[in-house]
Design a protein around this ligand. Structure first.
Ligand code: PLP
Length: 458
């Protein structure tokens, strides 16, 4: 099909929705390093994970071999409430940029939680329910994951306890109330309700919290409460697996409408949306069937890929979780409080870390004022007010499209547009008032975090 004859929105029919998830690990020659036990430094066994995670999710976490995993019918039916999500041709943005590049975006913000996180939340809630559990605990940073999980738990009638990073709890009261409307119990973290929360409060008085702290608290409550397990909205292999629905739909739409992407760009916090979006394309690249340029975009203030170390580290500040081999800034890393755009996690998915280490993808770090300039331009041309996180990807897509303008190249760029920015208006307010600042940690700043990375020779 000629690109100029394309419809604006490239819809799939419901009947064209993928019925399996795709596990990119099956096609990786160098598998992601396993989670290890912090005491023994041995790969975690199924039984060792059982107190923390749901059984079926542990199986998915450990499965490096099964290429396609059936999506249970209940999950597929839930997906159909808000999926397939559209792949949209950004014709107005292209025009504004006056670029020969073709830009498309896959929008995941078309559900009440406002982001892609619901794709994994509903899967994790389903497996918890199927196992007969009472409820789940989790952390949330900006609030999207907590909202998505609250929706999923309400659907399956599960209890949901959310530890919300304190700075967001205070800055985003509306997020909190959405979660409570769906029945979740929301606690600001670090709290005084857990051992680890009390310890972190004592060591860092007045701290505004971090995802790493909130994870520690949620895990502590899960393992000490009968019938509860912990669930996580990013980073883990299982989450990337569930998010592959984004990439599978994108690939189907590309095939249906005759689009061949050159560049696929997504923001990277813990790596789940990007891992999901690129999964089937990466599979082709790994199998030598096609080539694509994949770009992970992260904030300059939390630069795990571009300036982090590839090493085993704790996944949480309180060191109650297993250790993962990943690009990390150190489990003690707490991003500057002036950082408004999400993507604050100190580490990165082991799958993406391995792929990046092996040269299959690139990464860029961008400053937040530049990110919001891109967000503004996108909102004014394409209509959607993007989440700050998603706007990192928009920034780099625009930069790539402007490069095409210089070279005259007609590249096709796909953006993972992960969510809406309705709950991020404080950040937009700072930007609109001209009070938003950039923060780039110095090498000395980062050295403090690196010094705390445990010395695991693996
Ligand atoms: C959570 C979130 C992200 C980042 O998480 P990943 O696991 O890296 O995908 C990006 N965009 C939005 C809107 C989010 O809610």
């Amino acid at each position: 099909m000629e690109l100029k004859n394309l419809p604006y929105k490239l819809y799939l029919d419901e009947s064209e929705m993928p019925s399996t998830w795709y596990n990119v690990r099956a096609d990786m020659k160098n598998k992601p390093a396993p989670l290890i036990h912090p005491a023994t430094l041995q790969p975690l066994k199924f039984e060792e994970m059982q107190p923390i995670f749901c059984d079926e999710l542990i199986k998915q976490e450990l499965d490096n071999d099964t290429r396609y995993i059936e999506i249970p019918e209940e999950i597929l039916n839930f997906y159909k409430m808000y999926r397939p999500s559209p792949l949209t041709h950004a014709v107005f943005l292209e025009k504004a940029l006056d670029t020969p590049a073709h830009i498309f975006y896959k929008f995941e913000g078309n559900n009440t939680s406002g982001s892609h996180k619901l794709n994994s939340a509903i899967a994790q809630a389903y497996y918890a329910k199927k196992q007969g559990l009472k409820g789940v605990t989790t952390e949330t940073g900006a609030g999207q994951w907590g909202t998505a999980l609250s929706m999923a738990c309400a659907f399956f009638k599960l209890d949901c306890k959310v530890f919300m990073v304190k700075v967001s709890y205070e800055q985003k009261p509306f997020r909190r109330e959405v979660m409570r409307t769906y029945g979740a119990e929301v606690t600001p973290s670090p709290s005084m309700n857990t051992n680890v929360g009390r310890k972190i409060n004592a060591e860092h008085p007045g701290t505004t919290g971090s995802l790493g702290c909130a994870i520690s608290e949620a895990v502590e409550v899960a393992v000490s409460s009968e019938g509860y397990r912990y669930v996580l909205g990013s980073v883990l292999n299982q989450v990337l697996l569930h998010q592959s629905i984004i990439g599978l739909e994108t690939k189907k739409a590309c095939e249906k409408f005759g689009i061949k992407p050159d560049i696929i760009v997504g923001c990277a916090g813990g790596g789940s949306n990007l891992g999901g979006l690129i999964a089937p394309f990466m599979g082709e690249k790994l199998r030598g069937e096609a080539d694509y340029k994949f770009i992970a975009v992260e904030p300059a203030s939390c630069p795990s890929f571009t300036r982090g170390k590839f090493a085993y580290d704790f996944c949480d500040t309180g060191k109650v979780c297993p250790m993962a081999k990943m690009y990390t800034l150190g489990h003690d890393f707490i991003p500057s409080p002036n950082h408004a755009g999400g993507l604050r996690y100190h580490g990165m998915s082991s799958v993406l870390s391995q792929l990046y280490h092996d040269g299959y993808m690139e990464a860029r770090a961008v400053e937040q004022t530049k990110v919001f300039e891109a967000a503004e331009q996108f909102a004014r041309t394409e209509g959607i007010l993007p989440a700050p996180e998603s706007s990192h990807a928009i920034r780099v897509a625009i930069d790539e499209a402007l490069k095409c303008k210089e070279t005259g190249e007609e590249k096709t760029i796909i953006i993972g547009l992960t969510g809406t920015g309705y709950f991020d208006m404080l950040a937009y307010e700072q930007f609109n008032n001209g009070t938003m600042t950039d923060y780039i940690p110095t090498d000395d700043d980062l050295a403090v975090g690196f010094a705390k990375i445990p010395n695991v020779a693996k």
